[in-house]
Design a protein around this ligand. Structure first.
Ligand code: ZN
Ligand code: ZN
Length: 640
């Protein structure tokens, strides 16, 4: 065993001495390459550049250009931040610090929560640690030794985490200078390798996300493989901040998530409710066109229903506590499915009745930890644009194809033209239903995707335990991806509810059941729309389409008459009757992002003509009030 054969990604095999490290391999190719390496993929797993290789294996060197590098640099920067924090604040205890999408965070137990000002100091100390270029060293350790190690340091959170790990497991510690963290790794070779980072914000976070636990101080940061990428990301964050739906929701007077009402519960103001109603109207119209029946079901249901469906088994921790009423137990609904199935079961179904498509804007309630709630994007009560499709095997392909076309058309109407599509297949272990059914469902999903020429990624084993699914993520105006549409098969509920239809052979068969939501939920979709449009809603779903501004109180009556004519044609109009200067009122209509406005003064009153002004200042030629209304109706019709 004096040598090992290393297979490179291009298939070439080279011999190296036993115990060679990825770093040695990189150096044997070129010094430049070695400098650029972050970690290595050895035998399909990412490992440190310094770990010896003791058997024949495949090696891929990961450089800054590879997507895998990002998570490594994020995580290494998190360690460096924790080190800086401990240097500056010795009595702070560390907890956990994972990398998340484009960012990392670390939660600290500190007597006084960190402030934005502390971030500047911590950043400065991190720069010193980077300059020190400390080697990052990996060490294997038994679980009990790890407990001793962190116990001596007084790091009680680490001790708590490690105590939950099985006793015989070997753990790894990563050290850089005086700082050591429990970590799976891998990490960069030394702290000097961190190319670009920035600390972003501080926040409070409960230990383990549980509000019964202690409140910790969380620091968010980001890091990138180059200064250029970091700059682009910080610019994106700036833009995202301007578009934050919580901020715009307040400024545009749309909605509120009020602490008095309860976290995760949205209160819709008139304009927000109008926006919502417009989306609902569009939703109903599109569903009727496509052969859906609209149904309506209650917000609560008896325990028996949730027992039959299995929700009390596998979904209980997301459900609100039981409500006993007249000796019966009730639960708030976390999903609409059991109700839709009850509607299906109201009579004998024949194959001639299928497919049946039931749709409902169904409001459901799910218990989410308060720490993960986020504006409208993650709430506790939300309205799913839910539908269930019941069909035969023969109808499967057709239905899936229709669903996909429907989803893409629907999203396109809101200006989403770029997507990422994921097909998630049968989990390896925990799943229900015959593998043959899974196979059929997966085939029809992939067949439809291929037929419609849709690029998609397969997430092997990523399906729910009850069936395979397609998820669609949409790209917003500033390039962020949002999960919206989901199309899921269900092999669980048809059995639990003993759903049948009579086939052409006179026998009973199980229908296929597909759950689907296109928007996902109204709340979330509106959140995404606000951020996508930056609050500049197009005419067809703007809560206020036209603002009428009288130049003085003298013209309030004329303005009101014009408004009424437009309202009679079902346009959404507001008159600004306040005794304010015209310029001020125009500016306010602009900041309210109202698509059109007109100013009404003597000329307008005498001539019966108006000049429409488009949001942003562009002015249209004079037209009569009737022409203006016709113009707006036409633009609305075009979904402008
Ligand atoms: Zn770590
Ligand atoms: Zn469902």
């Amino acid at each position: 065993m004096s040598s090992v054969n290393i297979t490179f990604p291009d298939g070439t095999i080279k011999e190296y001495k036993h115990g060679v490290t990825p770093m040695d391999i990189a150096l044997s190719i070129s010094e430049g390459l070695a400098r650029n390496c972050v970690v290595a993929e050895v035998n399909h797993r990412l490992t440190d550049m310094t770990r010896p290789i003791t058997k024949d294996t495949a090696v891929r060197l990961i450089t800054w250009k590879d997507p895998e590098a990002h998570e490594i640099v994020l995580h290494s920067t998190a360690h460096t931040m924790a080190q800086a924090v401990q240097r500056l604040f010795p009595d702070v205890k560390v907890t956990i610090g994972p990398a998340i999408e484009n960012r990392f965070y670390y939660d600290f137990d500190t007597p006084t929560p960190f402030t934005e000002g502390d971030l500047v100091k911590i950043e400065a100390e991190m720069k010193i640690i980077i300059k020190e270029d400390l080697r990052v060293e990996r060490k294997e350790i038994s679980r009990n030794d790890a407990i001793d190690f962190f116990d001596k340091l007084g790091e009680s959170y680490k001790v708590e985490i490690i105590s939950e790990i099985p006793e015989d497991e070997m753990l790894t510690l990563y050290s850089q200078g005086e700082f050591t963290d429990l970590c799976r790794g891998p990490h960069i070779v030394s702290t000097g390798k961190i190319p670009a980072f920035k600390l972003l914000s501080v926040a409070g976070a409960y230990w383990r996300g549980d509000e019964k636990n202690k409140m910790l101080s969380r620091i968010y940061g980001t890091a990138f493989s180059s200064k250029k990428e970091l700059k682009a990301y910080l610019e994106l964050l700036e833009e995202a901040k301007k578009r934050d739906h919580r901020k715009l929701g307040k400024e545009l007077d749309l909605f509120e998530i009020s602490e008095t009402v309860g976290p995760g519960l949205s209160l819709w103001y008139p304009k927000g409710a109008t926006l919502r109603k417009l989306l609902e109207d569009y939703w109903y119209a599109e569903h009727r066109k496509r052969g859906y029946d609209i149904i309506q079901t209650p917000h609560i249901g008896k325990a028996e229903l949730w027992e039959t469906s299995g929700h009390l088994d596998f979904y209980k921790e997301s459900m609100y506590p039981v409500m006993p009423v007249e000796g019966q137990d009730y639960y708030l609904k976390p999903m609409n499915c059991p109700f839709h199935i009850m509607v299906y079961k109201r009579h004998q179904t024949s194959y001639r009745d299928l497919p049946i498509r039931y749709a409902e804007l169904g409001t459901v309630y799910r218990y989410e930890l308060s720490g993960v709630l986020h504006g409208l994007m993650r709430v506790r009560g939300f309205t799913q644009d839910d539908a269930h499709i019941f069909c035969t095997l023969e109808q499967l392909n057709d239905e899936v194809e229709k669903l996909l076309l429907f989803s893409f058309d629907y999203l396109k109407a809101f200006g989403f033209e770029e997507y990422e599509v994921y097909l998630s297949t049968q989990p390896e272990e925990k799943f229900v239903g015959e593998p043959a059914l899974w196979e059929k469902a997966q085939k029809s999903l992939s067949k439809s995707l291929k037929k419609l020429n849709i690029d998609y990624k397969v997430e092997e084993g990523g399906g729910a335990f009850y069936g395979p699914k397609i998820d669609i993520k949409i790209k917003d105006a500033i390039g962020r991806m949002w999960q919206c549409t989901t199309i899921q098969f269900d092999f669980n509920l048809p059995d639990h509810f003993d759903m049948v239809y009579t086939g052409s052979d006179g026998e009973h068969h199980r229908p296929f059941v597909i759950h689907r939501a296109i928007m996902g939920s109204l709340e979330r979709f509106i959140g995404v729309l606000i951020e996508h449009t930056a609050g500049k809603f197009p005419l067809w779903y703007a809560p206020v389409q036209l603002k009428i501004i009288p130049v003085s109180e003298k013209y309030n009556e004329t303005a009101t008459t014009i408004a009424q004519a437009a309202i009679d044609k079902n346009l959404r109009v507001e008159v600004d009757k306040r005794n304010e200067r015209v310029g001020y009122k125009i500016r306010e209509a602009e900041t309210q992002k109202i698509p059109y406005m007109i100013v009404v003064g003597q000329k307008e009153e005498d001539g019966g003509v108006v000049k429409l002004r488009h949001q942003g200042g562009e002015e249209l030629a004079s037209m009569s009030v009737k022409e203006m209304i016709a113009f707006l109706k036409e633009r609305e019709e075009m979904r402008d």
